[in-house]
Design a binder for this molecule. Structure first.
Ligand code: NAP
Length: 264
């Protein structure tokens, strides 16, 4: 989509969550390049402030860093106060919590935090920011999902379940809001070399790993065209292979893969 059309459809402001690093920061830079003003939400105040200054200087758009923990119970009250009536035309829900370990090795508080950040927070923001978009008859929502959204994923059970929630939420809203002029996209990324996933990326052959910029660029190129995209050719082949298998066999294949990447 051309810059002017993108800005008219999804501007003037975009909110990117988990914006301080990785795929979120790549989205922020891409959107600034398309002329959108940015609300950059993250719990790392120093890094998000640094990124906001860098983007404001480099791209000449307005950038507001917002330091909020999206897992906190009343995060949306603080976030809506920070939004302060700005017209948000695009939400990129990207922040996530995860771990790789047997389910029972982590306390229930950790599982609940994953649920709060990865599932509750995007639901709350889709409701709060989707309503004015539907009323205006334009806007967009991007939900960062994962290959783990597609089925059972041993050693990352709560994360995979929360990402499946995001995928189904996105596809459902895409169908509800398409006739109302609001585009919703679920983006399933595979292994991506970000600070949060460097340990995983380091265990894989480099041809399997995408850069955050590749993921963000591909996602934005598909917004308004479809409701679901798997980023990268290798990941698309993996997803297609998984869909051909019975669900139990696909979960077993992913379990085998996880155990070979994380032995012991
Ligand atoms: N990288 C991959 O291989 C991969 C693969 C598939 C899907 N994805 C998805 O892509 C998205 C981005 O991944 P990424 O690798 O770029 O992540 P990342 O490097 O871990 O960065 C995520 C950012 O979100 C922030 N964040 C986490 N919890 C937060 C909270 N409660 N409130 C506010 N900010 C919070 C993090 O801050 P802190 O660092 O301070 O926690 C960090 O700045 C996620 O949804 C992830 O599930 C990634």
């Amino acid at each position: 989509m051309r810059r002017e059309r993108f800005l008219a459809r999804y501007g003037p402001w975009a909110l990117v969550s988990g914006a301080a690093q990785g795929i979120g920061a790549a989205f922020a830079r891409e959107l600034a390049g398309r002329g959108l003003d940015l609300l950059l939400v993250d719990c790392d105040s120093a890094r998000v402030e640094e990124l906001a200054s860098e983007i404001e200087l480099g791209a000449g758009v307005r950038c507001r860093p917002v330091d909020i923990d999206l897992g906190a119970g009343a995060f949306h009250e603080r976030l809506l106060a920070a939004i302060d009536g700005l017209e948000i035309g695009l939400l990129v829900f990207n922040a996530a919590r995860s771990y790789v370990a047997p389910f029972l090795s982590r306390p229930v508080e950790t599982q609940l935090e994953i649920l709060a950040v990865n599932a509750r927070a995007p639901l709350v923001l889709a409701q709060a920011l989707g309503a004015p978009m539907v009323a205006r008859g334009r806007g967009g929502l991007v939900f960062m999902c994962s290959l783990a959204s597609l089925g059972g994923h041993a050693l990352t059970a709560a994360y995979a379940a929360s990402k499946a929630f995001d995928l189904v939420l996105a596809e459902s809203l895409a169908e509800e809001w398409r006739p109302r002029g609001v585009d919703v996209l679920a983006v399933c990324a595979g292994p991506t070399a970000t600070p949060g996933y460097l340990a995983t990326a380091a265990r894989l052959p480099s041809w399997l790993v995408q850069s955050p910029e590749q993921v963000a660029r591909e996602a934005l190129s598909q917004l308004g065209r479809r409701s679901f995209v798997v980023s990268g050719v290798v990941n698309r082949l993996t997803a297609a292979g998984l869909r051909l298998l019975p669900r139990s066999a696909a979960a077993r294949a992913m379990g085998w893969m996880m155990r070979s990447v994380y032995p012991g």
